[in-house]
Design a protein around this ligand. Structure first.
Ligand SMILES: Nc1nc2c(c(=O)[nH]1)N[C@H]1C(S)=C(S)[C@@H](COP(=O)(O)OP(=O)(O)OC[C@H]3O[C@@H](n4cnc5c(=O)[nH]c(N)nc54)[C@H](O)[C@@H]3O)O[C@H]1N2
Ligand SMILES: Nc1nc2c(c(=O)[nH]1)N[C@H]1C(S)=C(S)[C@@H](COP(=O)(O)OP(=O)(O)OC[C@H]3O[C@@H](n4cnc5c(=O)[nH]c(N)nc54)[C@H](O)[C@@H]3O)O[C@H]1N2
Ligand code: SF4
Ligand SMILES: [Mo]
Length: 901
């Protein structure tokens, strides 16, 4: 079919960029930013611009698969059998153990219509509030913060406010990595108006700090003290708006009393910053004509998450900095449709239309609308509680959709136990490769990005129409369709003979039913429809019936959706995080995002070039902490917390303060042996939001001696080889599997153990690497499992393996990457062991600019030649594509030259 373009949205972060999908009606061939979309005006980041490369079918779930017993493999089945079976098991479980013996765990990456269908299924048909989502790990503290401070869960700002503000506080958000296109807009605004002040509050010096006038590297978890300390100074200096406080808030006296104790000296001490920088921060905020704050997981993922949110909102209420251009408390949403989840009531404690499951009046309204007798009264379980209930056998049938809990929830040992113990686990997934899929008794293949249609709401309350470009592969189906089909079959068991609640022809029909539940409420989107958005473009709620355009900004009149119409100032004291530094666990482990990876990497992990920026799992530590433990960069270490441990390489990182450690959240058991990053984190939660403390676990690091090492690389059939090789590597103490390369993707394997593995294992690995026969150069000492093998085809290395000793690995990888095979390689192959012979040594480089494929070495060389940012852009091309690497180039320019930092 001819070349076509479909306007849709990016399926990654909450910025919600519009993308133009290029395709031929069958396959997606390219993407471009949509110039007409108000979120991005044509820009895309490194993840968005590589979406078309994520189509490896070998990683996708293509057919329903069912197993008849826990120990058995799943067999392919058809949809009828799959859903009939699921309906029978759910009906039986509900009949025998009641509706609260089943649960649904869903996701902020579902579309609004998918969410709505799931909600109706759980609450109206099954009769349980056991429906929670991964947004519990993400946004639930912001939901509580907005609701208890302002009366409704509504971020009041628009992206233009970020550009227009005079003073921006970015707290616990690394938006250079996590919301890159909004960061591009901020960079441009700051370039236009350099007088705009930017403050970053983050224990780490992230790339976001490249734009900051002031960076407060507070001790982790101390934000509440910081915000109270700022308010203390604002009060002392009279930089507050008394008239506004009088007219529009309540709770001021109590708050004033509380913050009296938060003197600059006390706060500087708690937060580990100087009194001077605290004073500067308060002055920037207090004197700014407009003040806006952006925040994300550094505030939300905390046992003080709700208090952090409210303490930050207090600063806006005390200064009257809300409801006007360039002002307001603006929580950034992580997932593309985290907002849609909140709107449709997809957390255990919510109901559609920003209602509460615990409110009898709200329940009655929704039950009436759905024409059912009543909604369930029993309290639904939140994510952490839910998986604990699975583990102890209270929940006997679990439906998981569009999330990978066996990677992303804290305390993974327990999560894996729970999934293994659960009698019936349904996983509705687009990719068959995830850690959670291993536990599926029934795997349902879901359509993914570009293959499904519906609505999403981005961080600024803007709804976009997500459009389908191509059919889903294999037998995969859209999520809403799977849910409604299952629900109709379950109705035959639970409501026989009654009219179905799930007769929806398409997502537009679901949306039209759902939107009426928002009519007259703060988020009113009753005036919207798929067709209207097609006509007017993406719109911000509220958008009531009869409206002709959306609402960019809320609370301009200072009236809040609370009983009194006033906003509440909350006086929560600072409380230290659950785990403190102590002798056995003297380091605080912080976890977060990489620039080019998305969560459990089911999608980004199929694109080799997205591993160019960060190749593998490494633990970052301040150089002093490495020295103290006699560790050097690249050494393998054991990282342990009270719950579990991991073996992985360490790296010196000056952006982290001593006493802390940083590990990206992305690594699960698939890419790194040992249940991944979250084997270390703890399930302690905020008391109100039930959001777990994913950014603060006590850990220790110690050197491990694993002298026998394996390094291998193989081009082609990456996903199949990944699946086959991964189980073989369980025999090693350390094992990492990632992708490498660009045009010729390869699987990259690293492993290590204390003693050589039995030689049969190495032989099996060689077979999977294609290094057992054919055009191979080999030097083997099988007795000691030591040796090296290289496969050369058409004058190029296509596979290689070093066993026992891997000194030549970076050199070989570079030869592979450059497609070179020279005489030196042949000479080296004949020598018994060791690194490259008389070469210019191992060149270990990493890609900084992923669009133009420019490495750190070239950029450093350019800087040494005296090039500035523009010069580097012109000469090397770096930073001229999506721009995601520009903050890092600035950092390289700013930092004195230190080798390999
Ligand atoms: N590249 C990429 N982008 C993403 C995602 C992704 O997986 N990859 N995921 C999306 C999702 S779902 C989300 S929720 C967002 C998350 O977006 P962010 O929250 O911006 O990302 P994180 O890296 O998780 O954490 C942000 C920062 O919080 C800091 N932090 C840790 N503890 C504290 C603390 O106590 N106080 C303060 N002030 N800061 C602290 C960390 O050092 C980190 O730099 O990203 C979205 N965008
Ligand atoms: N240590 C630590 N842990 C964290 C965090 C942290 O900062 N630190 N952050 C937390 C946060 S904020 C979040 S949001 C979570 C994210 O955690 P998860 O929700 O587990 O993350 P994903 O890997 O994005 O999972 C989404 C899954 O849905 C699948 N999928 C994609 N599209 C579709 C679709 O259209 N339909 C269906 N059915 N499936 C689809 C993908 O293949 C993927 O496996 O992680 C949390 N965990
Ligand atoms: S900023 Fe990047 S990841 Fe986020 S929506 Fe835009 S293109 Fe996608
Ligand atoms: Mo998130």
């Amino acid at each position: 079919m001819a070349h076509q373009t479909t306007a849709s949205t990016c399926c990654y972060c909450g910025v919600g960029c519009g993308v133009l999908i290029e395709h031929d009606g069958e396959q997606i061939t390219g993407v471009a930013g949509d110039p007409a979309h108000p979120a991005n005006h044509g820009r895309l980041c490194s993840k968005g611009s590589t979406l078309h490369l994520t189509g490896d079918l070998a990683a996708r779930a293509l057919h329903p698969e069912l197993r008849s017993g826990k120990a058995l493999p799943r067999d392919r089945t058809d949809w009828d059998n799959a859903l009939d079976h699921a309906a029978a098991v759910f009906a039986e479980t509900i009949r025998e153990h009641g509706p609260d013996s089943v649960a649904f765990y869903i996701s902020g990456q579902l579309l609004t219509e998918d969410y709505y269908a799931f909600n109706k299924l759980a609450r109206a048909l099954v009769g349980t509030n056991n429906i929670d989502s991964n947004s519990r790990l993400c946004m639930s503290s912001a939901v509580v913060g907005y609701k208890r401070s302002l009366g409704a869960d509504a971020p009041p700002c628009a992206y233009e406010d970020v550009e227009q503000s005079h003073c921006l506080l970015i707290a616990g958000s690394n938006m250079a990595y996590a919301h890159p296109v909004l960061f591009r807009r901020l960079e441009a605004a700051k370039a236009r108006r350099p007088e705009m002040k930017i403050i970053v509050v983050d224990p780490r010096r992230t790339d976001t700090c490249e734009l900051a006038d002031l960076h407060l590297a507070i001790l982790p978890g101390t934000d509440v003290a910081l915000f109270h300390g700022i308010l203390h100074i604002l009060l002392w200096e009279g930089w507050i708006d008394r008239a506004w406080i009088e007219a529009h808030t309540e709770g001021f006296d109590e708050l004033k009393k509380l913050v009296r104790d938060y003197s600059p000296a006390a706060v500087a001490d708690i937060c580990g910053i100087s009194v001077g920088s605290l004073q500067t921060c308060a002055e920037l905020i207090g004197k700014a004509p407009s003040f806006l704050s952006l925040w994300c997981m550094g505030l939300n993922q905390s046992t003080s998450g709700s208090a952090k949110n409210s303490a930050l909102i207090n600063l806006h209420l005390a200064t009257g900095q809300i409801g006007k251009p360039g002002a307001g408390p603006f929580s950034l949403t992580g997932q593309p449709n985290a907002m849609g989840g909140r709107e449709t009531g997809s957390l255990a404690n919510l109901l559609p239309g920003h209602r509460e499951a615990g409110n009898a009046g709200h329940r009655a309204e929704v039950a009436d609308y759905w024409r059912i007798d009543a909604l369930p009264e029993s309290t639904g379980l939140t994510a952490i509680e839910l998986f604990e209930a699975v583990r102890i056998g209270r929940i006997k049938a679990l439906w998981i959709a569009c999330t990978n809990p066996a990677q992303s929830l804290p305390d993974q040992q327990k999560i894996h136990e729970a999934l293994a113990a659960c009698p019936f686990v349904v996983v509705q997934e687009a990719y068959a490769t995830t850690e959670t899929c291993r536990y599926a008794d029934l795997l349902l293949p879901a359509a993914g990005w570009g293959e499904k249609e519906g609505m999403v709401t981005n961080s600024e309350r803007r709804l976009s129409h997500v459009r389908r470009a191509v059919p889903a592969p294999g037998e995969a189906r859209a999520d809403w369709a799977i849910v409604c089909d299952f629900a109709r079959r379950l109705e035959k068991h639970l409501r026989p003979g009654r009219p179905s609640l799930f007769e929806f022809a398409d997502p537009a029909a679901l949306f039209d039913e759902y939107k009426q539940l928002t009519a007259g409420r703060d988020l009113d989107l009753s005036g919207l429809s798929h067709a209207l958005i097609d006509e007017l473009g993406p719109q911000q709620w509220p958008f009531p019936t009869g409206a002709s355009r959306g609402t960019p900004r809320l609370y301009a009149d200072g009236v809040f959706p609370t009983a009194s119409g006033r906003a509440h100032l909350h006086a929560d004291p600072y409380r230290a995080p659950q785990e403190r530094r102590e002798a056995r666990y003297p380091l605080i482990l912080n976890t977060g995002r990489l620039r080019d990876q998305w969560h459990g990497m089911s999608r980004t992990g199929t694109v080799a070039r997205l591993f160019g920026h960060v190749e593998e799992a490494v633990l970052g530590l301040h150089p002093d902490e490495l020295r103290r433990r006699r560790l050097a960069g690249g050494d393998l270490a054991r990282l342990r917390s009270r719950r579990g441990s991991l073996i992985l390489p360490v790296q010196a990182d000056e952006s982290i303060r001593p006493g802390q450690a940083f590990l990206p959240m992305h690594w699960g058991d698939r890419f790194l042996k040992g249940l991944g990053t979250n084997v270390l984190t703890l399930p302690a939660c905020d008391p109100l939001s039930k959001q777990p403390e994913l950014k603060h676990a006590g850990v220790e690091v110690e050197k491990v001696e694993l002298p026998w090492q394996l390094f291998a690389l193989v081009e082609g059939d990456v996903q199949q080889r990944f699946a086959e090789l991964r189980p073989l590597l369980d025999g090693f103490a350390y094992a990492s599997l990632t992708l490498a390369g660009r045009e010729r993707p390869a699987l990259l394997v690293k492993a290590a153990s204390a003693v050589p593995p039995e030689s049969g294992l190495l032989a099996r690995i060689d077979v999977l690497l294609g290094l057992d026969e054919g055009p191979i150069l080999a030097y083997d000492d099988p007795g000691r499992s030591v040796g090296k093998r290289v496969r050369i085809e058409n004058g190029r290395i296509t596979a290689l393996r070093l066993a026992g000793e891997t000194a030549a690995r970076d050199w070989l990888k570079a030869l592979w990457n450059e497609g070179r095979t020279d005489a030196e390689l042949r000479r080296w192959m004949l020598a018994p062991l060791g690194g490259p012979l008389g070469s210019d040594g191992a060149i270990k480089d990493r890609t900084v600019c992923s669009c133009m494929n420019v490495g750190e070495a070239a950029i450093r060389a350019g800087i040494e030649r005296g090039l500035d940012l523009d010069g580097l852009k012109q000469e090397l091309g770096c930073g001229t594509g999506c721009g995601s690497c520009v903050p890092e180039i600035r950092r390289l320019l700013a930092r004195p030259m230190t080798a390999n930092s």
